[in-house]
Design a protein around this ligand. Structure first.
Ligand code: LIP
Length: 268
């Protein structure tokens, strides 16, 4: 635990510094942030790349023998099984960032032998910092957070995302799942546009369920630990145990998780 606290103390000033860079770039948006598209519907900005380079350099100068997985360098995901690995999404919610929507987060996780043990998610535009160390609880700034107690669909806010894959198979699956959820007469459905924030909102009891097919390990590594440490549960949407590299996640409070019927509630 002491080792992880030291790592948190190392990472927090970096996250705050990166947040200042992100805020500066966000406020210049009207003059036009330069962005290139990874695929037709999936943007990446110079700020994503600048922040990833910043973290990579800082992490390697402090821990030269550790491994690093970053969204923009899209490295070999087998590194996750190494003794020590850092996992970064420099801007989770890049599409929001380019549209001037302040739902963005810097997501940084640290794992040991394939298990995330430290997670930090920071939205510098709304000044919200979520942290967790495995076994040490989850926090919003200095305040402990807990998942909700909601147990009934008609009181539940369910969150999902629509990703950037516009193939007909994926779109049909999204629509079918949405229909199943709406058929339960839920109170509301939301999509922040950032998987990391969605997970933190489950952890803080703002959302009761979040599911998505498509997110990558860098989108969900930090947030999934924050949910668990806030008393919640994380799975693959089919109900099997969560593999962060399997491109799917379902996060809920403990009560709801008993209520969800797997399979076949979630289609894929
Ligand atoms: C995004 C996610 C979002 C998901 C998108 C994308 P990015 O991350 O957080 O929830 O639906 O497909 O992965 O690309 O902004 O880091």
């Amino acid at each position: 635990m002491d080792n992880l606290k030291q790592r948190l103390c190392f990472a927090l000033p970096l996250i705050r510094q990166a947040g200042t860079i992100l805020r500066g770039a966000f406020s210049l948006r009207k003059e036009g942030v330069i962005y290139r598209k990874k695929t037709e519907t999936d943007p990446v900005t110079d700020t994503d790349i600048e922040l990833e380079t910043f973290f990579r350099n800082e992490i390697f100068s402090k821990f030269p023998n550790e491994t690093f997985i970053g969204e923009e360098s899209a490295s070999n995901l087998e590194k996750f099984d190494c003794e020590s690995c850092w996992i970064l999404d420099p801007i989770d919610g890049t599409a929001n960032f380019v549209h001037g929507i302040p739902n963005v987060a810097i997501s940084l996780a640290y794992s040991e032998r394939g298990q995330v043990v430290l997670g930090i998610v920071y939205n510098p535009l709304q000044e919200e910092l979520f942290t967790a160390i495995r076994g040490g609880g989850a926090f919003l700034e200095d305040n402990p957070i807990r998942v909700s107690d909601v147990n009934n669909w008609n009181e539940a806010i369910v969150c999902t995302e629509f990703g950037s894959d516009r193939s007909s198979v994926k779109c049909n699956m999204i629509v079918e799942n949405l229909k199943s959820v709406l058929d339960e007469k839920i109170q509301g459905i939301r999509a922040t546009g950032s998987a990391a924030l969605n997970l933190c909102y489950v952890a803080a009891g703002r959302f009761d369920v979040y599911y998505e097919y498509g997110p990558h390990i860098w989108d969900i590594a930090a947030g999934s630990l924050i949910v668990e440490e806030a008393g919640g549960a994380v799975f693959h949407p089919t109900g099997s145990s969560l593999d962060l590299r399997s491109r799917g996640i379902l996060a809920t409070n403990q009560k709801f998780c008993k209520k969800l019927k797997f399979p076949p509630f979630w289609h894929f």
